[in-house]
Design a protein around this ligand. Structure first.
Ligand SMILES: [Zn+2]
Length: 106
């Protein structure tokens, strides 16, 4: 098999097959929806994969929008794979912000 689909064609192909609770994931996100670059995975796993972006051992902080060293990541807010989506600094700032808002409203 050596053919590729554009995304709309692919979605149509996928919808015809009704994979319940599953979604399509590209094996290599930099590549398109080619038949050799897609996998059908449970939706939950796909979401989790998106949450924890890792590049060269660094984790994506959703607040800074930067990759951070693992040691800079907040570990108090563990999700399943043991990492947070925020770095310690952002987590601290968020907490501080929350506390100050709580104080001013009291
Ligand atoms: Zn951050």
């Amino acid at each position: 098999m050596d053919f590729s689909l554009d995304k709309d064609e692919f979605v149509e192909w996928f919808m015809q097959r009704d994979y319940k609770g599953c979604s399509v994931d590209r094996i290599d996100n930099s590549k398109g929806y080619h038949m050799d670059n897609i996998q059908i995975i449970p939706t939950r796993r796909n979401i989790q994969k998106d949450k924890t972006k890792i590049l060269d051992g660094k984790r994506w902080c959703y607040s800074c929008k930067e990759y951070k060293e693992f040691s800079e990541m907040c570990t108090s807010n563990r999700i399943e794979c043991g990492t947070s989506t925020l770095c310690s600094k952002c987590n601290y700032a968020r907490k501080k912000d929350y506390l100050s808002r709580k104080k001013s409203s009291a």
